[in-house]
Write a protein that binds this ligand. Structure first.
Ligand code: FE
Length: 248
C-alpha cells in the first residue's frame, strides 16, 4: 500500500525525468535531424545552384568576353582550319606541283630568311604560306625552299640578294614567306620563283602566279595549276600554296 507510495513517488519523478530527458533528447535530436535534412537540401541546392551560378555566371561572363573573343576565335579557327585543311584537303595520290623554267635570274647561296622585306620596303606586303607535302599528303619536314622574285617595280637584284632568300619548312611541312607582291616586268605576268627540295630529294624548280591577272593569259609560261589562293586585306595580302613534291 503505502510502501508503494514512496517508490511510486520516487519512480514517477524518475519516469518523468526519463520521459522528459527522452523528450528533450528527442526534441534535441529531432531538430538537428530535421534541420540537417532541410539544411543539406538547401545547401545542396545552393551548392548545386551556386556552382552552376558561378559557373554559369563566369560562363556568360566568359561568353561575353568570349563574344569579344568569339570573333577572334572563329578567325583563329578559320585560320587553323585553313592551315589544317591545307594538308587535310590533300588527297593521297595528289598531283606533283608542275615544274617551270628557272629563268635567267636565279642566284645560289641565298641568305636564310623567311622575310625578304623591312619596314621601308615599297610595295604591297604579302605573306605567302603553305605546306610542302608528298603525293601521299605527308608533310615534308625540313623541306628547303628558295624564293626569288622581282621587287615592287618589277626589277630583280642581280648584284645582291634583295628579294632572295631560303628557309626550311617546319616539322609539319609548313613554310611562310614575308615579302611584297612582285611587280610586272616586260614579257611576263606577275610571279614568284621558287625551288623546293625534300631533304635528300630532287629539286623542284617552279613559279607561283596570282589570280585575276590580265597578263596571265598572255604569258606563255603561265600555268593555272600554280596560282596561289589570295586573300587581300587593307594591311597586306595573304596567299597560300601547297607544294607536292617527290622526296627521292
Ligand atoms: Fe621572273
Amino acid at each position: 500500500m503505502n510502501p508503494w507510495t514512496r517508490p511510486r513517488t520516487k519512480l514517477r519523478p524518475q519516469l518523468i525525468g526519463t520521459l522528459l530527458s527522452g523528450l528533450l533528447l528527442a526534441a534535441c535530436a529531432a531538430p538537428p535531424e530535421t534541420a540537417p535534412l532541410p539544411a543539406p537540401t538547401a545547401e545542396l541546392s545552393v551548392n548545386t545552384l551556386t556552382p552552376p551560378t558561378p559557373t554559369s555566371t563566369p560562363a556568360p561572363a566568359a561568353t561575353q568576353p568570349g563574344a569579344t573573343t568569339a570573333p577572334i576565335e572563329p578567325t583563329i579557327t578559320a585560320a587553323d582550319e585553313t592551315a589544317a585543311t591545307a594538308p587535310i584537303g590533300c588527297t593521297p595520290g595528289a598531283a606533283l606541283t608542275p615544274a617551270q623554267t628557272e629563268g635567267p635570274y636565279y642566284k645560289a647561296d641565298t641568305p636564310e630568311r623567311a622575310s625578304l622585306i623591312d619596314a621601308d620596303t615599297p610595295g604591297t606586303k604579302l605573306i605567302l604560306s603553305g605546306y610542302v607535302l608528298t603525293t601521299d599528303c605527308q608533310p615534308v619536314a625540313g623541306a628547303w625552299l628558295d624564293f626569288w622574285q622581282a621587287d615592287d617595280a618589277g626589277a630583280y637584284d642581280n648584284a645582291g640578294y634583295s628579294f632572295r632568300g631560303h628557309q626550311e619548312a617546319d616539322a609539319a611541312g609548313r613554310y611562310e614567306l614575308t615579302t611584297v607582291i612582285p611587280g610586272l616586268y616586260p614579257g611576263r605576268t606577275r610571279h614568284i620563283h621558287v625551288k623546293v627540295q625534300a631533304p635528300g630529294g630532287p629539286v623542284l624548280t617552279t613559279q607561283l602566279y596570282f589570280p585575276d591577272e590580265a597578263a596571265n593569259a598572255r604569258d606563255g609560261i603561265f600555268n593555272p595549276a600554280l596560282i596561289v589562293a589570295l586573300q587581300s586585306t587593307p594591311a597586306s595580302d595573304a596567299a597560300t600554296f601547297n607544294f607536292v613534291i617527290n622526296t627521292h
